[in-house]
Unconditional design. Structure first.
Length: 418
């Protein structure tokens, strides 16, 4: 059972972990794509704005990257206040001539940042062939992204703020993912316990069933063995009688065990059946035993109560309940059949000793007997009510027991046939 639990935890935990990894990867990928789209959009807007300003408005002190002819020198631009709304990051537009930078426009940058940008632009021109409308960026790689609006200019933007934001987002997601993993494996443990519980209960019941059956078989086998040994020493018919009695007891026990197994495994065909007729028939069958024991039978059966069920199994259930009532009643047995809307109910009552509440909860389990000594003398094994419950489950009905005003009341409910 522990091995099964470990396997369930491993399978569930692994599946949910893989699912979490996929979600984690997709979220990071989508966030990365979103950031790259923002960078690309910013590049385009910055490039368009700076080139427009460069072409239309020249003023102020020039900043020169290299010394060239005076006629080629161009001035730096005075930016409008609204331009900074595009981005707060350092941006640069380089004028290019024959793979050489001859002028630069910049925004949000100091001299050190300008020097770094110039070095990067030189490297780009040395290793990357300019192409109109070409964009190059890597959120997890280079600190700069660049764009060629045409073959004579290049816009470069410092994207470290986007990269820092993405790294922060990555660690935030990682934290959530770690918490998710811890929760997943904890939940897997709880789910495994929930899944294992019915299996474990079934396994324990099976072990108890084998132990009880072995115990029930052990007593008659011991009697048979001792009687056979006694016959060897002193042949007497009484030893043979003991062997016959215990053999019959074993035969009945094995028959009940087979019937219990069959009632758990078969699927009964259900149809429209007359519960009133079945109840009357079972009363007639048991009538001789009832009167032989000096009991009174009161019958109150509503005529033509039809239900959805299996006639043979319902006869067997009623036979078990009547047999149980005959064995325990002091003086009177009552049987009632009633139709109550969409349901029909059959009651089998006896005025024997009330069943304790704790015993009522277990009375339909295998080998459960209220009075062990009396049941043994009557060759009763505590399997009849377990068989009745299984048969009622097959009939899609319910069965229960309760004590009402000193009477022990067994009742089962079935769906009324319309």
């Amino acid at each position: 059972m522990k091995q099964l639990k470990k396997k369930i935890v491993l399978v569930l935990g692994s599946l949910l972990s893989v699912l979490g990894i996929l979600i984690f990867g997709i979220v990071l990928f989508m966030e990365g794509m979103k950031a790259e789209d923002e960078i690309r959009t910013t590049l385009l807007r910055v490039s368009s704005s700076m080139n427009s300003l460069y072409d239309g408005y020249l003023e102020g002190k020039p900043y020169f990257y290299n010394d060239g002819p005076q006629s080629e020198r161009r001035g730096s631009l005075k930016m409008d206040d609204d331009f900074s709304l595009i981005t707060d990051d350092p941006v640069f537009t380089f004028q290019i001539d024959n793979h050489r930078i001859w002028n630069i426009l910049y925004l949000n940058a100091d001299m050190d940042e300008i020097s770094e940008a110039l070095e990067r632009a030189d490297w780009v021109l040395a290793h990357d062939e300019p192409s109109k409308a070409k964009t190059q960026l890597s959120l997890l790689g280079d600190r700069y992204a660049w764009y060629y609006p045409d073959l004579n200019s290049m816009t470069l933007i410092d994207i470290h703020s986007w990269q820092d934001d993405y790294v922060d987002y990555f660690w935030l997601c990682t934290g959530f993912f770690i918490v998710y993993l811890l929760a997943v494996w904890g939940i897997a443990q709880l789910i495994s316990k929930w899944l294992i519980r019915p299996v474990a209960e079934s396994f324990e019941k099976q072990k108890q069933f084998i132990a009880d059956a072995s115990h029930e078989l052990k007593t008659p086998l011991a009697v048979i063995l001792s009687s056979a040994e006694a016959m060897e020493r002193n042949p007497d018919n009484k030893w043979l009688k003991n062997i016959e009695t215990e053999t019959d007891r074993m035969n009945r026990l094995i028959g009940d065990l087979l019937e219990l197994t069959r009632s758990e495994q078969i699927k009964l065909p259900l149809s429209r059946v007359n519960l009133s007729f079945i109840a009357e028939k079972e009363c007639l069958i048991q009538e001789a035993r009832i009167y032989e024991k000096g009991l009174t039978l009161n019958v109150d059966i509503e005529p033509d109560v039809e239900v959805i069920g299996n006639a043979d199994s319902l006869s067997q259930v009623l036979g078990i309940l009547l047999d149980n009532a005959i064995s325990h009643a002091r003086s009177e047995i009552r049987i009632k059949v009633r139709k109550q809307g969409s349901q029909s109910i059959c009651f089998v009552e006896n005025n024997g000793r009330p069943i304790p509440l704790e015993m009522q909860k277990r009375i339909f389990e295998r080998f459960v007997r209220e009075d062990t000594s009396r049941n043994r003398s009557d060759n009763r094994f505590g399997l009849g009510l377990a068989i009745a419950k299984n048969l009622m489950n097959q009939n899609q009905g319910t069965i229960k027991v309760q004590t009402v005003e000193g009477w022990t009341v067994f009742s089962f409910i079935l769906k009324t046939a319309h």
